[in-house]
Structures are given as C-alpha cells and as structure tokens.
Ligand binder design. Structure first.
Ligand code: GLN
Length: 287
C-alpha cells in the first residue's frame, strides 16, 4: 500500500466526509484544514493538484476532519480566528470573535478619527474575552490608552497572550465588571453576553457545546449586563464620554431604553451588514 496520497484525493475525501456529517461549509472547511496541516495555498494546489502528501500529514488532516464532523468549531481545531485583519488565538475559554463585532470596533475607530487628537484618549473594553476588541483598537487607532476587563482568569490568559503576540500594549484587569476598575474613560466599549436564557437551547450545537456559557448567557431577558454596566457608566465615563455597545438583533429598543434611564443623549442604533440592529452608541448626559 502506498504511504503517500495525492492532494486532490485527500481534499475530495475530506469534503465527502464533511458533507456526510451534514456540514454546510464542507468545501471551505476542508480547504482551511488542508491549508492548516499542509501549509499550502490554493494557488499552489492548482499548480499541482497531484502533489503528494505523506502519511503523517494525511493522518493529521483526517483527524481534523473527524473533529469537524463532530461539530468542534473550526477555530478550536486551528486555534485561531481572524478579526479586523489580525489573527487571534482562541480556545474554549473565550468567545470566538465574530465578524459582526467588527462593526463595533469600526464605529469606535471612526469616532476616534473625528476626535481632535492631542491628548491620549482612554478606552475601556468591558468583558474583553479573547481581547479582540481592545487589541484591535490599540493596533488600529493612534494615541489611545486601552484597558480591558474580564472576570474570567482563563479568558484573560488568552487575551494577554494575544496582546503579546500582536505587540499591543493593553492593560488587563481581572474584575467583576467595574469592581476593580478606577478612574475615568473617554470611551467604554462592550460586547457583553446577551443571549436570553430561553434562547440558549436554540443556538447551534457547536456554539452551545463548545463556547463558554458565561460569554453567552445574558440571563432571563438577555439584558443583565447592559443593566449592570449602564448603571455605572456615569461614574466611569469622563464628561462627554461615549458608550459603544454591541447588541442582539432584537435589542435595538431595550438597550437604548436602559441608557435613557441614566440620562444618556445622542443615542443611535446601527445595523450590521445583514440588516440587523447591532451597535448602540450614546453620549454621557448631564448627571
Ligand atoms: N468582547 C469579546 C468579543 O467580542 C467577548 C464577548 C463575550 O464574551 N461576550 O469577542
């Protein structure tokens, strides 16, 4: 028996296995896993689809394919996810960065660009998880001081590691929301857990079984973190400070209502590329 496989057969078998496991993105996933194991690009593939793959790499490829068939998120197999063009390490201790969240970061970046620069702008990322929001802001904006907070020690380990790897100077604080936070911030940004308890069951298997419940669960109404954070915003935002929240598609009215209770002004809701309400921005009002 030959101990080498032709690349095109390997990919074809991988796709077939994934399709049998009723995976919707079988081709994309098989390709990504092949690239991960073999370190070859599609261009290299098309130059020579017959190229030979040794048994060790083929075994590793099929091990990954089997993991994927068992609904392990692709990002947990490769250990990474791209966000804002940067590569973040992820594991079961953090929420996998979502493309929708890029809108939140973009809005913060746009706001920072318009602000008259000169003095450093202080940004706080509440519930940082993998650190994707805080680190992207630090990397992509000028003149910002970024602090990131999470309750989970294990999540902070991932975030600190990401900051180191991406060479981003971010201050991390282990804290139950604002408990260990002091000082005032010009911008507070947060993508807190916001799934309603009754909706958790309806999440995709790979989310429900592999991503941290504490990063998803927003209690009975999905709003507990918006309530708890908003209650403290006036204390931690500087005059004229801004809050940037990511929200669930059906929270475009409830979250602004919470902010109104605390006197926030210029409240605006923005939609993501799928047309769903996704980001709420507001300015601190008179106390
Ligand atoms: N802020 C992180 C992210 O956007 C984690 C969010 C969370 O755990 N809910 O990915």
């Amino acid at each position: 028996m030959s101990t080498e496989f032709e690349l095109k057969d390997l990919i074809k078998d991988g796709i077939e296995k994934l399709q049998k496991a009723s995976d919707l993105d079988a081709t994309v996933d098989a390709w990504l896993l092949a690239e991960e194991v073999l370190g070859i690009t599609r261009v290299q593939y098309f130059i020579n689809p017959q190229r030979l793959v040794n048994k060790e790499d083929a075994d590793k490829f099929f091990k990954f394919i089997d993991m994927r068939c068992n609904k392990i998120p692709l990002q947990h197999i490769t250990g990474k996810q791209e966000f804002m063009g940067l590569s973040f390490n992820v594991n079961e201790d953090v929420l996998i960065p979502r493309q929708d969240t890029e809108l939140l970061v973009e809005m913060v970046l746009n706001y920072l660009k318009q602000k008259i620069q000169g003095k450093k702008v202080k940004v706080l990322d509440m519930c940082t998880g993998s650190g994707c929001i805080a680190i992207s802001i630090k990397k992509l904006a000028e003149n910002v001081d970024v602090t990131a907070v999470d309750l989970s020690q294990n999540a902070l380990k991932v975030a600190i590691d990401n900051a180191k790897q991406l060479d981003a100077k971010v201050t991390f604080i282990e804290s139950d929301l604002f408990e260990n936070v002091s000082g005032k911030y010009d911008i507070i940004v947060s993508n807190p857990p916001y799934i309603r308890k009754s909706d958790i069951e309806t999440l995709m298997e790979e989310v429900k079984n592999h991503e941290p419940m504490m990063a998803l669960d927003g209690d009975e109404d999905g709003l507990i973190f918006y309530k708890k954070i908003s209650e403290k915003l006036n204390e931690y935002l500087s005059d004229d400070g801004m809050i940037f929240y990511e929200i669930g598609y059906d929270q475009g009215k409830t979250v602004p209502d919470i902010l109104k209770q605390y006197n926030f002004k210029d409240i605006n809701v923005y939609k993501d590329l799928s047309g769903n309400d996704r980001v709420v921005i507001a300015r601190k009002g008179e106390e």
